[in-house]
Design a binder for this molecule. Sequence first.
Ligand SMILES: [Zn+2]
Length: 158
Amino acid sequence: MILATHALTGAVIGKNITNVPLIILTSLSIHFLMDSFRHGEYFDSRVAKIKNTWWKVALDLLIGLSLIILLVYFKTPSPIETERMFIGAFFSLLPDSLTLMYWAFRENILLAKIKSFHSWAHHYSRFPKYSPERQWNLRNASNDIFISAFAILILFFL
Ligand SMILES: [Zn+2]
């Protein structure tokens, strides 16, 4: 799923769970669970290069983090609650950060192991590369849209 969806989900986790180790564990588990849902990717990890993908990643991250910053600005949660939301967002983004690092350091065995688990969690990546289930389109973005909208609803209105 896209980074904005993961960041927002992490903020929801941090907002609702007070125990930090539990926030970390939940954020990581939910990341891999969400990746198993049908979703398109805006890059193909086998052919994409950092050179022409970095701006999409940056934009995606910027949107997710901006929404959390807007939330902090308008809803003024307590400093401890704010910290927990950012911890949740950080650990919800961590698997993707590590996979991005793997692009740069492919010889690192630990990063390679995490990457292969991450790929395994992507149930739909078992579908052929050009199958309709994996295209970057509105149909495949519906899970991202639904989860993000639900997270925004919880963060801003509950
Ligand atoms: Zn992921």
